[in-house]
Design a protein around this ligand. Structure first.
Ligand SMILES: [Zn+2]
Ligand SMILES: [Zn+2]
Length: 338
């Protein structure tokens, strides 16, 4: 089968690999669409310690069931499915407490196991969800990234939330923006440095858009909220500067969620965190429940993604990765089609 193999920083090679055989409890999926995540691009640029060559990346995937491994009897062949690529152990204390997304033994398809930038991939049968009626395989790949923001809303929105600011209008930022709209939070403020992304953000209901190259985001957020700041800040970038801005624009008692992970270490204003009793916390991945909710939101059209996804053939993988790595202002999300 054809597979796109990450062989070295900035190098994606199309190779012929043996088609994998599904083991016990697994199914073989013929990949129909596989989205390129920001973390894959980060890996492509050689910046991710967790993605080491040689590796077939790709964890946002839909496809058809092509073969069943030993012991699997209840999965229809040819069924179109969405795959939840996060594989927890299901036996540790965290899994048993419902927090499988931070299971220390978890594995991610496309990082710890061969991924979906290939014609075929094997996955556990327990990770499959039927592709909702009428949903394209390309749109189905967005269940995984959307599940991350469903997770944020589920853990941070209680009662009346006055104002939200989202730093970054890339894929996660734009999905988060749609999720806070679903949650009914106003005003919604979107911050980025690329005009094209901010334009999409305003289409998705951002009342205030801030180009951080030209304006001071903290000052504008304060101005837009009569000086008080916003109850919820989501940093979908994860740089020193965005983390610092996130804390500076939170209202007293507010919540700051760190989702993006560009820098490992950052200096933060702990004076503000302590004296304004801010809740600052990281958000990672999603539960199976979040994944299912994301799929429902896409199926019902409450979250719209089709208009800003770009499809490209798997064989063009090298070019598409270069495009996403080098021109992020023009391209937000690409989905590879084998
Ligand atoms: Zn991802
Ligand atoms: Zn576990």
């Amino acid at each position: 089968m054809k597979a796109l193999v990450y062989t070295a920083p900035r190098r994606m090679e199309l190779q012929d690999l043996p088609r994998p055989e599904p083991g016990p409890g697994e199914v073989l999926i013929k990949v129909e669409a596989a989205g390129i995540c920001g973390s894959d691009v980060h890996g492509f640029r050689g910046l991710s310690a967790r993605r080491k060559p040689p590796l077939v990346m790709g964890h946002e995937l839909t496809g058809r069931v092509a073969a069943l491994g030993p012991g699997i009897v209840d999965v229809p062949l040819e069924q179109q499915v969405v795959v939840n690529p996060l594989l927890p152990c299901d036996t540790c204390e965290l899994c048993l407490s419902g927090r499988s997304y931070i299971c220390p033994n978890r594995k991610l398809i496309g990082m710890d196991l061969p991924g979906a930038f290939a014609e075929y991939v094997t996955v556990p049968a327990s990770s499959l969800y039927p592709l909702p009626e009428g949903m394209s395989p390309t749109v189905g790949t967005m269940a995984e990234p959307l599940a991350n923001t469903v997770h944020i809303i589920r853990h941070n929105v209680f009662g009346l939330v006055q104002g939200v600011a989202i730093l970054g209008a890339g894929i996660q930022g734009l999905l988060a923006l749609q999720m806070v709209r679903v949650a009914g939070i106003t005003p919604r403020i979107s911050i980025d440095i690329e005009p094209h992304r901010l334009e999409i953000a305003s289409r998705f209901g951002a009342k205030v858009i801030i180009n951080a190259r030209e304006q001071d985001p903290v000052a504008i957020v304060r101005e837009a909220t009569k000086g008080r700041g916003v109850d919820l800040v989501i940093d979908a970038v994860g740089a020193d500067v965005t983390r610092q801005q996130a804390i500076a624009m939170a209202a007293p008692g507010g919540r700051v969620v760190f989702l993006g992970l560009n820098e490992v270490m950052s200096e933060l204003d702990c004076q503000a965190i302590v004296t304004q009793e801010l809740t600052v916390h990281g958000s990672y991945a999603y539960s199976p429940h979040d994944f299912l909710t994301a799929l429902d939101l896409l199926a019902s059209g409450r979250v719209e993604v089709a208009s800003w996804l770009e499809e490209a053939p798997l064989v063009d993988g090298q070019r598409v990765f270069e495009m996403l790595a080098d021109r992020p202002g023009e391209h937000i999300k690409a989905v590879l089609i084998p």
